[in-house]
Design a protein around this ligand. Structure first.
Ligand SMILES: Cc1cc2nc3c(=O)[nH]c(=O)nc-3n(C[C@H](O)[C@H](O)[C@H](O)COP(=O)(O)OP(=O)(O)OC[C@H]3O[C@@H](n4cnc5c(N)ncnc54)[C@H](O)[C@@H]3O)c2cc1C
Ligand SMILES: NC(=O)c1ccc[n+]([C@@H]2O[C@H](COP(=O)([O-])OP(=O)(O)OC[C@H]3O[C@@H](n4cnc5c(N)ncnc54)[C@H](O)[C@@H]3O)[C@@H](O)[C@H]2O)c1
Length: 488
């Protein structure tokens, strides 16, 4: 094995690893980036971008199909599966190309190709060709899809998101297992593109929602356009000639049925890629899932001896917020801190923000009601308000009048705490609300902002008014109040 020495080794050239690379390079030239698979990042190759491209095609088909609602007739609307996938893959390749072009700024001499694993806390083996010793190591290895064993009955017809973006055309039917973020985005998109879908979950969860009201509303709303059973019992999955026989209890009738589908798409969650790193040789404290314990503000891992380690972890690998913008932020913090081990600093983290690109979109800003209840310890300190989009002016105009926005604030201070939303333009509303949360605005400060007419934001104002009305803030301090002493 070739012996090599570096100041910083970064494992994984995905979004977090590349962000770490650029941050570290501001402090040192001595950085090595290790990648086991294809360059281009999960986000661009098989994640955020191709999924949004597929969704864009699906929503176009859906709008065309529903154009009659506006008095517009579109005759012979055809979804050309081959053309859909050609555009998805073509634009996807453009995004990947952009990443590859930016990688050109990383000299070959600073890159190693191969699978990294720990030999000891400071040494990595890269495949069986290089032994790399580093003063600091950043784990940015991402995550991968997991699935229950039952689905393996589908044989080579069991697919994950990566496989969808390899298709040259659209198949006639797909069973989607897991109505989480990936399952709902891809399941609805495929259904709108004319693929016969069946979506199955366990325990009732849909998308990212914690609020029972929103979960139920999502169930009702999505069930209107696709077969969705968020608490399904799948009894048997078996590969069958040119498809898969899937035996399940039909939601409405409760009857056991067997259907043949072309593919079973596993969207049952992702696990961090830390299990193939020989992580136990890194002398780190691990949680019950085997993921290194770390400080989310420094991304520094905790050593087995309870002292901060020279190892950092960023992006999906730590599973704390498996989203692209969080991967970039964590990579930046990790890169800077790995380069300045004597002066590890707290990095800036933003408020939680998650958006699901279904229609209606789903979004969570700040902590969910359930998480807030836990944080506040059940002290009845949280006020809730909300608004339905069913009869909201702008939503009616554009024919997207479905959904609800739940808003949370703190009694007493009136501070805005967060929101959960199913509804039109949630991607934009969620940003406005996240920015308000970031600025630590109170509900009355938010209500003092301008609201144009007619816009979805007017619905947000109605929700904020409802929240304001439910807030217990005590009597307002009058101009010459008892508390105000002489000299005021
Ligand atoms: C279908 C889908 C849709 C998504 N949509 C969105 C979205 O709309 N918005 C959003 O914010 N997020 C979205 N995400 C999540 C987002 O893609 C991830 O949070 C983000 O890509 C994580 O980046 P990362 O750098 O941690 O991982 P990656 O980009 O996966 O990088 C990890 C890299 O590490 C390499 N690696 C792993 N182990 C080793 C090893 N031992 N040695 C060397 N290299 C190794 C891997 O090959 C990989 O290249 C989506 C994800 C999926 C799957
Ligand atoms: N728009 C976005 O930002 C976006 C899009 C896609 C993915 N992502 C990221 O990727 C992560 C992973 O997404 P995901 O959808 O794989 O995970 P997820 O945790 O969101 O969803 C997994 C779903 O599978 C269900 N499930 C688990 N076991 C099951 C079983 N045996 N049978 C049926 N259902 C089962 C779960 O109840 C859950 O609903 C997300 O948490 C998110 O961070 C983000």
């Amino acid at each position: 094995m070739q012996q090599q020495q570096t100041k910083i080794a970064i494992i994984g050239a995905g979004s977090a690893g590349l962000s770490a690379w650029h941050a570290a390079r501001k402090h040192t030239d001595d950085v090595v980036l290790i990648e086991a698979g294809a360059y281009g990042t999960t986000c661009a190759r098989v994640g955020c971008m191709p999924s949004k491209l597929l969704i864009a095609a699906a929503n176009t088909a859906h709008s065309a199909r529903n154009a009659a609602m506006f008095g517009v007739t579109i005759n012979d609307m055809v979804v050309d599966g081959h053309a859909v996938m050609t555009r998805v893959k073509g634009e996807r390749d453009r995004f990947v190309g952009n990443v590859l072009a930016s990688m050109a700024s990383i000299p070959e001499s600073h890159r190693l190709q191969g699978h990294a694993r720990f030999i000891d806390p400071y040494t990595l083996a890269i495949d069986d060709h290089t032994q790399l010793t580093a003063n600091a190591i950043i784990i940015a290895t991402g995550s991968r899809a997991t699935w229950p064993r039952l689905l393996e009955g589908a044989g080579d017809r069991l697919i994950i998101n990566d496989d969808v973006f390899d298709w040259d055309s659209l198949p006639p039917s797909v069973a989607v297992v897991g109505p989480g973020v990936i399952g709902m985005e891809l399941g609805q998109a495929l259904s709108r593109l004319g693929v016969r879908t069946r979506t199955f979950g366990v325990g009732g969860a849909i998308g990212p929602f914690q609020s029972e009201k929103l979960r139920q509303l999502a169930d009702e709303t999505f069930s209107r356009e696709l077969y969705l059973d968020p608490d399904a019992t799948i009894e048997h999955v078996e590969q069958h000639d040119n498809g898969v026989a899937i035996t399940f209890y039909e939601r409405e009738s409760g009857q056991k049925v067997t259907e043949i589908v072309d593919y079973v798409l596993a969207a049952t969650g992702r696990k961090p890629n830390v299990d193939q790193l020989d992580i136990e040789k890194a002398a780190l404290a691990l949680d019950e899932r085997g993921v290194p314990m770390f400080n989310r503000f420094t991304t520094q891992c905790l050593g087995k001896d309870n002292t901060p380690s020279h190892i950092f972890i960023a992006g999906d690998a730590n599973q704390s917020a498996p989203l692209l913008h969080e991967a970039i932020t964590e990579g930046k913090i990790a890169g800077r801190n790995a380069a300045c081990l004597d002066d590890v600093q707290v990095g800036q983290r933003n408020v939680p923000l998650a958006i699901v690109f279904t229609e209606p979109q789903m979004a969570i800003v700040g902590e969910s009601r359930a998480a807030l209840e836990t944080r506040y310890g059940g002290c009845d300190c949280i006020a809730e308000g909300g608004v339905s989009f069913d009869d909201q002016g702008r939503a009616l105009v554009i024919g997207e009048n479905h959904g609800y926005l739940a808003l949370y604030a703190e009694h007493g201070s009136g501070l805005f705490l967060g929101a959960e939303m199913l509804g039109p333009r949630a991607e934009h509303i969620a940003h406005l609300l996240a920015w308000a949360l970031e600025q630590k605005l109170t509900v009355s400060q938010m209500l003092a902002m301008p609201f144009y007419h007619p816009v979805i934001e007017e619905g947000v104002r109605s929700g904020l008014r409802d929240l304001q009305a439910n807030l217990k803030q005590g009597s307002s301090i009058t101009e010459r109040c008892m508390e105000c002493g002489p000299g005021d």
